[in-house]
Design a protein around this ligand. Structure first.
Ligand code: SF4
Ligand code: SF4
Length: 88
């Protein structure tokens, strides 16, 4: 049970200090979560602290590759609007 940081990460460092298990470290090209250390914050916090502080949508996903901060969740821009502009 561990989360994963995707290539959407901008290496802002915000998640590193809030992780209770020191599971996040610098890597190339983006930060990485050590799956042996990540507990998804179970038993320590009500929600994964890295995803709670991450300012970038789709930068952290679960084991099913589902984004904890999906497209539009932080900006408030509906995903269909983003898709429409990406295609235009
Ligand atoms: S879910 Fe919790 S334990 Fe796992 S990397 Fe994020 S902050 Fe650390
Ligand atoms: S908070 Fe998000 S964008 Fe910043 S380093 Fe962590 S995963 Fe990357």
């Amino acid at each position: 049970m561990a989360l994963r940081i995707t290539e959407a990460c901008v290496n802002c460092w915000a998640c590193v200090t809030v992780c209770p298990n020191e599971a996040i470290a610098e890597d190339d090209p983006v930060f990485a979560i050590d799956p042996r250390k990540c507990t998804e914050c179970t038993g320590e916090f009500a929600e994964p602290q890295c995803a709670a502080i991450c300012p970038i949508e789709c930068a952290i996903v679960d084991e099913l590759e589902v984004a904890l901060n999906p497209l539009g969740s932080l900006t408030g821009i509906p995903p269909e609007t983003l898709r429409a502009h990406a295609l235009s």
